[in-house]
Ligand binder design. Structure first.
Ligand code: ADP
Ligand code: MG
Length: 324
C-alpha cells in the first residue's frame, strides 16, 4: 500500500508547496474561515495546517488517510458538476506515504478530539485521543524522509518557502472571506485578514499584487450568468507582473485563457512582453472539465473557442482606451 501511494505521490507531491496546496484546499473544502500555516525550514522539516472547518469524525479518520477515499463525490453526476477543490481522494494518502503525517480533528458535534497517523509498509492507521479545538490540524514532518531521490530535488529553504508564499498569494485571491496566516520558522510572514464586502476586495488585491498594480490596472467586468469575467488587468510594459486567473473560484494556469489575454494585446502592443492580471472567470460548471491535470491547474472547456473569444473580447474592450 505504501508503494502504490508513493507512486501516486509522484503526481501530487512535488515539493512542500504542493503539500500546502492540497492541505489548504482540503481546509477550504471543509468550510474553514481561518487557516493557519506554519512552516519550518522551507517545509523540509515541518508543514502544519490548522483550520476551523467541519473536522473529520473519529470513525472516518482511517478512511481519510486511505487512497481513493474521498467524502466529496457521492455520485457519478457529481463528477460532472464538481464544486469542491479536491475530489480524487489521494492527497492525504500520498503525502502520508512520503512523510510523517498526523491528522488531528474534532467536528463541532463530537465531544472529543482524535488523532490519526499511518505507518509501516501497509500504512495501517492508528487512532488515539488528543486535545484539539473544533477543526483540523494536519502536521507533515520530514517530507520525503523515505524517498531520498525526491528529497534530492528539494531546493534551498528560501526557494521552497517562496513557492509556498507565492501559492498562498494565489489562494488568498481566490477566497477573500478566509483569514490566512503564514508563519516561517515561528515568525508571521503574511497575514490576510478576511474581506467580506466586494468593495473591500481591493485591499487584498493590493496586499498580494501590490499598490502599484492596483493603481494602474484597468477594471474589467462583462458577461452574464452562463459565462462572465471580472478582475484587473494591466497592459504590457509595466514592471509588476502578477498573473493570476481563476475559473469558478479555482486558481488556474490555463493555456487557453493565457492565450486569449495575450492575443488581446497583440495588435496594440506588439513585441512587448505579457500583461499583468488578476482575472476571475465564472462559467456553468457543466461547461468545464476540471479533472484534466493531477495538480489541477488546467481545465478543459467544452466550448473552448467560445470561451477563448469571450475572454479576448472582454479584455480588448477594457484595454481599448488605454493602450501601451
Ligand atoms: P479529497 O480532498 O480528494 O477528498 P484528500 O486525500 O485530500 O482527498 O482528503 C481525504 C478526505 O479527508 C477528504 O475527502 C475529507 O473528507 C477529509 N479531510 C481532509 N482534510 C480535511 C480537513 N482539513 N477538514 C475536514 N476534512 C478533511
Ligand atoms: Mg484534497
Amino acid at each position: 500500500a505504501r508503494l502504490a501511494n508513493q507512486i501516486a505521490a509522484g503526481e501530487v507531491v512535488e515539493r512542500p508547496a504542493s503539500v500546502v496546496k492540497e492541505l489548504v484546499e482540503n481546509s477550504l473544502d471543509a468550510g474553514a474561515t481561518q487557516i493557519q500555516i506554519d512552516i519550518d525550514r522551507g517545509g523540509h522539516k515541518l508543514i502544519r495546517i490548522r483550520d476551523n472547518g467541519s473536522g473529520v469524525y473519529k470513525d472516518e479518520l482511517t478512511l481519510a488517510l486511505s487512497r481513493h477515499a474521498t467524502s466529496k463525490l457521492k455520485t457519478l453526476d457529481d463528477l460532472e458538476n464538481i464544486c469542491s477543490l479536491g475530489f480524487r481522494g489521494e492527497a492525504l494518502a500520498s503525502i502520508s506515504s512520503v512523510s510523517r503525517l498526523t491528522l488531528s480533528s474534532k467536528p463541532a458535534d463530537q465531544s472529543d478530539a482524535w488523532q490519526a497517523f499511518a505507518e509501516g509498509r501497509d500504512m495501517a492507521v492508528t487512532v488515539k485521543p488528543t486535545a484539539h479545538p473544533n477543526g483540523t490540524t494536519i502536521e507533515v514532518v520530514d517530507l520525503f524522509f523515505n524517498t531520498p531521490a525526491r528529497r534530492k530535488f528539494l531546493r534551498t529553504e528560501k526557494t521552497e518557502f517562496n513557492h509556498i508564499d507565492e501559492l498562498l498569494k494565489r489562494i488568498a485571491l481566490s477566497r477573500f472571506d478566509v483569514a490566512i496566516t503564514l508563519k516561517h520558522n515561528g515568525k508571521i510572514v503574511r497575514q490576510y485578514r478576511p474581506v467580506m464586502k466586494k468593495e473591500e476586495q481591493v485591499k487584498r488585491i493590493a496586499q498580494v499584487a501590490g499598490k502599484e498594480f492596483l493603481s494602474q490596472a484597468l477594471f474589467l467586468e462583462s458577461g452574464d450568468d452562463g459565462l462572465s469575467i471580472f478582475g484587473w488587468i494591466l497592459p504590457p510594459g509595466s514592471s509588476v507582473e502578477p498573473q493570476y486567473t481563476y475559473v469558478n473560484g479555482r486558481m488556474m494556469r490555463d493555456k487557453l485563457i493565457l492565450h486569449a489575454i495575450r492575443q488581446a494585446f497583440e495588435e496594440s502592443c506588439p513585441g512587448i512582453d505579457v500583461p499583468a492580471f488578476v482575472l476571475y472567470l465564472t462559467i456553468n460548471p457543466r461547461q468545464v472539465d476540471v479533472n484534466v491535470h493531477p495538480a489541477k491547474h488546467e481545465v478543459r472547456f467544452h466550448q473552448a473557442r467560445l470561451v477563448h473569444d469571450f475572454i479576448l473580447q472582454a479584455v480588448k474592450q477594457a484595454a481599448q482606451p488605454n493602450q501601451c
